[in-house]
Design a protein around this ligand. Structure first.
Ligand SMILES: [Fe+2]
Length: 239
């Protein structure tokens, strides 16, 4: 599997606090059946002021440690960018880290607040698409506006967003409401891919293996293969 969302670079967001945790996460991720992991630290203006340079530097150190430890997990990096008014400016200044490509557009992991769908999101998505940037929205199933009004899932899809559901949503880590919405989205063919969004090995572990099993049992192996393997591979290994 290819896992496109993780907080494994130590010390730069609310994920791994130190390199020991990062290495434990890398081992757990490999054990879950993932062979390539994209490191996506938060870029959350005023909270986690990460830049591509900061992420790249942390990534290089992590890569060295993972190699030295003999963990056979390949890594790449991007960022999880919280919606804010700087996004178009960062795009114009070529400061956004992309995880790969989808249909010739650069893929941006674009995070909404957990509480609501921000006003103006539709204009931002249209602007990004017009700039050949493909928004990939993580964990819509955990957004409180969407939990209240699940029809917003289709609204996001109709805007042209790709949607990434969290592996732990299927295993019940985020409670039954989130789990139920994840399976409804699965039944409605509204999910483009699944990723772990792992932050540590205990509270937010990598649950890709268990989630893939549950999805395969629920809807069949072909769709599990697409959501956990093929679509992430198309984005990350586009070249
Ligand atoms: Fe995340």
């Amino acid at each position: 599997m290819i896992d496109v969302h993780s907080h494994i670079i130590p010390g730069i967001d609310d994920g791994a606090r130190n390199i020991e945790t990062s290495l434990a996460m890398a081992r757990q991720t490999l054990q879950a059946g993932v062979n390539h992991l994209v490191c996506t630290p938060h870029i959350h203006w005023g909270h986690f002021d990460n830049t591509t340079e900061i992420i790249q530097s942390g990534f290089k150190q992590l890569q060295q440690e993972v190699n030295a430890a003999g963990i056979e997990l390949t890594l790449s990096y991007a960022g999880e960018v919280r919606v804010n008014e700087m996004v178009p400016i960062w795009a114009k200044e070529k400061k956004l880290p992309f995880m790969g490509k989808w249909k010739d557009r650069d893929v941006l992991l674009l995070e909404m607040p957990h509480s609501h769908i921000p006003s103006g999101l539709d204009q931002l998505v249209r602007w990004l698409l017009n700039e050949d940037i493909q928004p990939l929205i993580p964990h819509p199933e955990r957004n409180r506006d969407i939990l209240k009004s699940p029809e917003k899932v289709q609204w996001l899809r109709n805007l042209g967003c790709l949607l990434q559901v969290t592996a732990g949503a299927f295993t019940g880590t985020f409670g039954t409401r989130v789990e139920d919405l994840a399976f409804v989205m699965l039944d409605n063919n509204q999910i483009d891919l699944v990723a772990s969004d792992t932050h540590d090995t205990k509270r937010r572990p990598n649950e890709m293996g268990e989630a893939r099993h549950l999805v395969s049992q629920h809807i069949g192996e072909d769709i599990a293969q697409r959501l956990f393997n093929d679509t992430p591979a198309k984005i990350v290994l586009y070249s």
